[in-house]
Design a protein around this ligand. Structure first.
Ligand SMILES: C[S@@+](CC[C@H](N)C(=O)[O-])C[C@H]1O[C@@H](n2cnc3c(N)ncnc32)[C@H](O)[C@@H]1O
Length: 325
């Protein structure tokens, strides 16, 4: 495990569109995998200046390999991809990524400098427990990246796909739902920005995630539905709990039991998995504080009144924030 900077642990100095919501979903999923002793490495395709890679790097266990891949300004494989990359601001730059990453961790990940297709030459099939796809958002490219992720993941590993419902990236939506309907990809949960899925059984992850979210009704909005016979969990964080634009709330230190337990304890085929340890009970400091200020600390699963819920639906966020001041 690499060294972590002193708390508060925020990403404010690293530009990028990786949101606070997804940061916390990554944290939860990676901690879940650590508690379950899911074996395997980490992979990110599309790192830009390192915002999401830095969060992934917090969850490296002894012996894990973290591989990242990016063009870092080298020519993209096709004309559309080239255009896509030139629109990025600031321009991808390997030195800038490495400087940012090393501000948070003491060693760099394995860096594959090239198109996403080159990852197959560096990462073994069936070796990853978490793959983040955030490189090209074009249909052909993301379809190929999804096919690669399926090969590279361990049984039950998780893939996070960026931009699956962004209005500017319909190709990602098409590729993700194709993989869902014809390729066996199962949703674990959907945030506004990312599709989290697995080619294994999402049931146990979903059960534990839903229980965790239910304990934090002030911070998370959750909805469930069935799509083509599959359970889909939509989640988002309460905007009132979000930090000001350009700022992120501190993330907690990774719980030692989550980060440091190493692969040797991993369940072998045929042996029962060890009992899960309790989930780290972290949440954002701001929401904890605001709950205390409102005299609501420790109120657990109690639901908000129907008046409160109706008001939230009808009153725009900006107005609610003004009212609070
Ligand atoms: C949206 S940014 C990634 C954002 C990053 N995950 C973060 O947290 O800030 C997309 C990145 O993908 C890279 N990229 C685009 N097309 C690629 C391709 N075909 N292969 C590898 N990297 C690619 C770009 O250079 C860029 O750095």
């Amino acid at each position: 495990m690499t060294a972590l900077p002193a708390s508060p642990w925020t990403l404010d100095s690293v530009p990028g569109s990786f949101t606070e919501t997804d940061m916390r979903v990554f944290e939860w999923l990676l901690s879940y995998q650590a508690r379950r002793h899911t074996p395997g490495d980490l992979l990110e395709i599309g790192v830009h200046l390192g915002r999401s890679a830095i969060v992934l790097g917090r969850h490296l266990r002894e012996g894990d390999v973290f591989t990242v891949c990016d063009l870092f300004g080298s020519p993209a494989p096709g004309e559309d991809n080239r255009r896509e990359v030139t629109e990025l601001s600031p321009a991808p730059d390997r030195d800038a990524f490495e400087i940012n990453y090393l501000a948070y961790h003491s060693t760099l990940p394995e860096v594959v400098h090239g198109p996403s297709a080159s990852v197959a030459f560096h990462v073994k099939p069936g070796s990853c427990r978490f793959v983040h796809l955030d490189a090209s958002h074009l249909h052909a490219e993301i379809s190929a990246d999804l096919a690669a992720a399926r090969e590279l993941l361990v049984e039950g590993g998780v893939v996070a796909v960026d931009g699956y419902r962004c209005r500017r990236t319909p190709g990602v939506a098409a590729a993700v739902w194709e993989a869902f309907s014809a390729g066996g990809l199962r949703p674990v949960c959907l945030s506004p920005g990312k599709f989290y899925g697995t080619w294994g059984d999402p049931g146990p992850i979903q059960d534990e995630l839903v229980a965790w979210l239910a304990e934090r009704p002030d911070e998370w909005t959750v909805a469930e539905e069935t799509v083509a016979g599959r359970r889909v969990i939509r989640l988002d964080r309460d905007p009132a709990d979000a930090a000001a634009p350009g700022q992120t709330l501190p993330l907690p230190e990774v719980a030692p039991e989550a980060a440091q337990e190493a692969a040797p304890d991993s369940p072998q085929e045929g042996t029962p998995a060890p009992a899960p340890v309790k989930a780290p009970a972290w949440t954002s400091t701001r929401s904890a504080k605001s709950r205390r200020a409102k005299g609501k600390a420790g109120r657990g699963k109690r639901k908000k009144s129907w008046r409160h819920r109706l008001a939230r639906k009808l009153v725009p966020n900006a107005l609610r924030r003004l009212r609070r001041r």
